[in-house]
Design a binder for this molecule. Sequence first.
Ligand code: SF4
Length: 78
Amino acid sequence: MTLYAVFTFLTISTFVVMLLIDFLAWVNRGVQDIKTLHEIPCSRCRYFTGEYHLKCPVNPHAALTEAAINCLDFVGEY
Ligand code: SF4
C-alpha cells in the first residue's frame, strides 16, 4: 500500500510540474508576442491612414504587420 501511495504521489507530482512548466512557457510566449506587436510603429506613423482598405499608401502590404518593424519609410507624426 505504501509503495502504491509513493508511486501515485510521484505520478501526480510529475504531472503537476509538467503542467506548470507548460503554463509558464505559454505565458512567456504570450509576453514575447505582445512585445513584438508593440514594436510595430504604424500607429505612430504619418503615413498610417487608419482606413481598413488602405492602411498605408507607402507600404500597403507591410502596414500593421511584423514586416513593418524597422520600416525605412517610417515618419513620426509631429
Ligand atoms: S510607412 Fe511603414 S511604418 Fe509607416 S504606416 Fe507604412 S508600413 Fe507602417
